[in-house]
Design a protein around this ligand. Structure first.
Ligand SMILES: *Cc1c(COP(=O)(O)O)cnc(C)c1O
Length: 364
């Protein structure tokens, strides 16, 4: 096969159980962005089987896809701009985040149309300055009292949980507590309070509350390799392996200019492998030679620029690799996802979420 992702669902289940042992809170498995590129439906089902009581997605379409595939656990969708089909959301029993009065009104109206009380989670902006209620908060307190919705949850999101030493975390927790107290003072007491992402779950038990929202850690990766250490050091097991076929293997002399722009020149006679994947498949174009593939028993670094559908690796003069061999791009004995992130000057989140949908996912 030209290129394929292998997803180890047992690793995902194990990572969820590992975290479950570290908290009394319920687990919400974050499966947005096609389960961080691992595949929405199989991952969601594996997560629920492993003990996740909730699922979380950004978009309503992701939530509806889960319902259409027979997933019955509560699902929160938190990125629902005003054009969202809130009627469809309420009908399908999707929990909705409320980050503004505008959203509250749209969701209420949808509930009235359907004849159901929408289930909502009030989102407050406690210092990230992105989603959630901020300037409208006092006005919101006045209107939520009589709103025809069921307030199931109250939540916020950390900006710097992967830097546990930062005062910003304690500050966000303080603001969160103040807002919750004000909400209770107007007679609204949400059943589920939630705040922690993976980094906060792993480093700050004070942030756990009733539910922890587990994303990257469930896929076996560290939220921040430099500060928190590798996924492995956190007791996690990566779930994704990426493989690609060698389209060609060729001997080239020293002094050969490789790829667009001639950015690399071979320093000695060598064998090059042409890997049948490129930036349209999610291989970052600017990846340096600090990443590459593992094939015929050894690592072969990238040489030259990544192209749209292919990239070139330096197999070394003695390589036994042949055209048609399957190379491991990351995972297993090869380069890690974190190696690729570092070589492309990005984060592991971006590496896994950007593997294109044209690359099939295979489950083991
Ligand atoms: C993506 C996301 C998470 C998970 O974050 P990780 O760092 O991957 O654990 C949690 N909560 C919200 C609201 C998110 O958008």
């Amino acid at each position: 096969m030209r290129a394929f992702v292998e997803v180890d669902l047992k690793a995902i289940a194990k990572n969820i159980r590992t975290i479950k042992n570290q908290t009394d809170s319920e687990i919400l498995a974050v499966v947005k962005a096609d389960a961080y590129g691992h595949g929405l439906i199989p991952v969601a089902k594996a997560a629920v089987d492993a003990g996740a009581a909730w699922l979380g997605v950004a978009l309503l379409d992701e939530a509806l896809a889960l319902r259409n595939n027979g997933v019955t656990v509560p699902i929160i969708s938190w990125l629902t701009p005003p054009s969202t089909d809130f009627v469809g959301a309420v009908k399908s029993n999707i929990d909705l985040s409320v980050p503004s009065i505008t959203h509250l009104r749209l969701i209420e109206a949808a509930g009235k149309k359907v004849g159901m009380r929408p289930r909502v989670h009030i989102e407050v902006d406690t210092g990230m300055t992105r989603g959630g209620l901020l300037n409208e908060w006092q006005e919101f307190l006045a209107v939520i009292k009589s709103a025809e919705v069921d307030v199931i949850g109250f939540w916020s999101h950390f900006a710097r949980a992967d830097e546990p030493e930062q005062d910003a975390n304690a500050q966000q927790i303080k603001v969160f507590g103040e807002h919750l107290a004000e909400l209770r003072a107007v007679g609204i007491d949400p059943t589920y309070v939630h705040f922690a992402n993976s980094a906060a779950t792993l480093t700050n038990s004070k942030s756990h509350n009733d539910i922890v929202r587990l994303g990257i850690a469930m896929y076996g990766l560290s939220p921040d390799v430099k500060i928190m250490g590798s996924g492995k050091s956190l007791g996690l097991q990566p779930a994704m392996t990426l493989n690609a076929e060698l389209h060609l293997v060729k001997d080239v002399p020293a002094g050969s200019s490789v790829g667009y722009g001639g950015t690399a020149i071979t320093s000695a006679n060598t064998k090059l492998g042409i890997v049948a994947m490129g930036y349209s498949d999610g291989i970052p174009r600017n990846t340096s030679k600090a990443a590459g593939v593992y094939v015929a028993g050894k690592r072969a670094p990238i040489i030259g620029r990544v192209s749209m559908d292919q990239f070139v690796v330096d197999l070394g003069p003695d390589s036994t690799a042949r055209s048609g061999d399957i190379a491991i791009v990351f995972g297993g004995a090869g380069y890690s996802i974190d190696d690729w992130a570092s070589a492309a000057n990005t984060i592991n989140y971006e590496i896994v979420t950007r593997i294109a949908s044209r690359v099939p996912r295979i489950y083991e």
